[in-house]
Design a protein around this ligand. Structure first.
Ligand SMILES: Cc1cc2nc3c(=O)[nH]c(=O)nc-3n(C[C@H](O)[C@H](O)[C@H](O)COP(=O)(O)OP(=O)(O)OC[C@H]3O[C@@H](n4cnc5c(N)ncnc54)[C@H](O)[C@@H]3O)c2cc1C
Length: 498
């Protein structure tokens, strides 16, 4: 490519890629530094943040404290977490909620205090939520409103970064972006990646299309270290639309329904969780997900039955799930909901230190794209929005407190903004779902690696979309390298670790 010919150039002090909870939290906290936020979509709905149903974990109850929250986080993460990151997260939660309330967030209340929900693996009721199961939408409404009003910020949709801009010394000095009018070079003294995870690469996923790992892919190409890619969390209950031929994101059927008593049934009507765990449907998320997967394999289908436990109250208590069911022609008040596990969240990503700095100078990462170590081998429910809010805020404040260098001259990009062809993207999704899924073994992972290798052979070296294949290949290699079952990484050919 000869990018210099038709390239527009822009400058800001801080460039944030991604406008989800993490990106906007970081950008808002960068004040007064001139900050630009670029994202693929043009609304608050384009990342995962908008779709979050359950809520935001914060130790606000009288019987609760940050230490208990930290303990639950460590246990869920199989104690593979970075303890300092966990402490920062749990201790920063109350302030993060206070900032949102000050910004006008309308969370559900019980009398004068915030209503705190309970989710699996939390030892206390500590989930702050909004409008029942629409927490992400309320959170993003609040952050967007603040971002639009902030004088130090500009927010631009329809801008997809396809490569990080680097100077001759390898320092990240901006990003090469596919904008509405062609290729743009956005230069900045600091670049924050907040592009979300890669669970959207899987065929069965709860994530929107923007969560395809594109940010991780460009960080990897810039030489940034990635870690923990083998740890992908699968949600046990997404609405199973694939039978009707649909593809893409599957609506989530929130865990709170199981908390409200809904039961998992196989195709024969058998409540299979009863024999598997004392907590039945409320067993740890990865165990339930594997049980749903097996029951689906063995009997053909799995259903979540909320007819008697939620019944007529469904539209009021779970409006988001109700709307998704109705759109699919299902009435959850009178019929069981077909469900499937689906790829949901990535614990791994761009390795960062306590300041959010990656291994490449000038590049920072926050939110799901980052591997801060806070989630260990498995994320505790409702800790990820919190991560974006707390670590995003900390990163923004950090960047306002240090001297930022003047960005050097960017070298030309090495890639053209060329997406993966649709059929290869679809094939990759099916391959990952079949061979590198919630139940894996050495042979399935070999098949996954070989399949990706042959796809790589069909895509030009200079096409930016190739980065997604390379990221998938790195994730499969990490799954192959970890010869144990730990947290969300479950292999049937090795002994599980305690
Ligand atoms: C259905 C669902 C329900 C969930 N429920 C909960 C919950 O209840 N509680 C909880 O804590 N977590 C929940 N999660 C997880 C949580 O929502 C995510 O982990 C979190 O929102 C990630 O935030 P983020 O800001 O890092 O990324 P995202 O919100 O995914 O935002 C990513 C942004 O990056 C942009 N982007 C992507 N690629 C590029 C690129 N190449 N160039 C420029 N911009 C780019 C996108 O356009 C988007 O703006 C849920 C996730 C899903 C999918």
């Amino acid at each position: 490519m000869s990018p210099a010919c038709h390239t527009r150039e822009y400058r800001s002090e801080v460039l944030v890629l991604g406008s989800g909870a993490a990106g906007l939290s970081a950008a808002l906290a960068c004040a007064p530094r001139a900050t630009t936020v670029l994202s693929v979509g043009i609304s608050a709905e384009d990342g995962s943040s908008h779709w979050a149903q359950g809520g935001i974990a914060a130790a606000l109850g009288e019987d609760d404290n940050p230490l208990l929250h930290a303990t639950d986080t460590l246990q869920a993460g199989s104690y593979r977490n970075d303890q300092q990151a966990v402490q920062r997260l749990s201790e920063g939660a109350a302030e993060a909620i206070a900032r949102l309330l000050a910004g006008g967030a309308e969370f559900d209340r019980q009398g004068n205090t915030l209503a705190l929900g309970r989710e699996a693996a939390h030892s206390r009721a500590r989930i702050v939520h909004a409008h029942g199961d629409a927490t992400g939408a309320e959170l993003m409404r609040t952050l967007y409103r603040q971002a639009v009003a902030a004088r130090h910020l500009q927010l631009l949709g329809s801008h997809r970064a396809f490569e990080l801009a680097q100077d001759a010394a390898g320092r990240v000095v901006g990003a090469w972006v596919e904008g509405p009018e062609g290729v743009e070079l956005w230069q900045a003294a600091a670049v924050i990646l907040a592009t979300g995870g890669y669970a959207g690469l899987y065929h069965y996923t709860t994530n929107p299309a923007t969560s395809d790992g594109g940010g991780m892919a460009i960080a990897r190409l810039a030489g940034a270290a990635l870690k923990d890619l083998e740890f992908v969390q699968f949600h046990p209950t997404a609405l199973d639309l694939h039978r009707s031929g649909a593809s893409g994101r599957l609506p989530l059927v929130t865990e709170a329904l199981r908390g409200a008593g809904a039961q998992l049934l196989d195709a024969n009507g058998c409540r299979f969780m009863l024999n598997l765990h004392p907590a039945a449907e409320l067993a740890p998320r990865d165990l339930v997900a594997r049980a749903v997967w097996r029951a689906g394999h063995d009997t053909g289908r799995v259903f979540l039955d909320a007819r008697t436990t939620v019944g007529r109250a469904f539209p009021q208590r779970f409006p988001t799930v109700f709307a998704a069911c109705r759109a699919a022609g299902i009435d959850p008040r009178s019929e069981p909901i077909p469900v499937t596990p689906a790829a949901h969240y990535c614990m791994g990503g761009v390795q960062v230190d306590e300041h959010g700095a990656s291994s490449v100078e000038g590049l920072y990462a926050v939110g799901e794209v980052a591997a801060s170590g806070v989630h260990g081998a498995n994320r505790l429910a409702s800790n990820s929005l919190l991560e974006g809010l707390v670590f995003g805020y900390e990163l923004g404040r950090y960047l306002t407190g240090i001297a930022l260098p003047i960005p050097g001259q960017a070298l030309p990009p090495r890639h053209r903004p060329q997406h993966l062809p649709d059929h290869i993207r679809a094939e990759l999704g099916r391959l990952l779902w079949a061979e590198a899924s919630l139940i894996r073994d050495g042979q399935s992972l070999e098949r996954a690696a070989a399949g990706i290798e042959s796809m790589l052979g069909t895509v030009e070296d200079t096409a930016s979309g190739r980065g997604l294949l390379l990221l998938a290949s790195a994730a499969v290699a990490a799954m192959q390298a970890r010869r144990e079952s730990l947290g969300a990484h479950f292999r049937t050919d090795v002994v599980a670790m305690a």
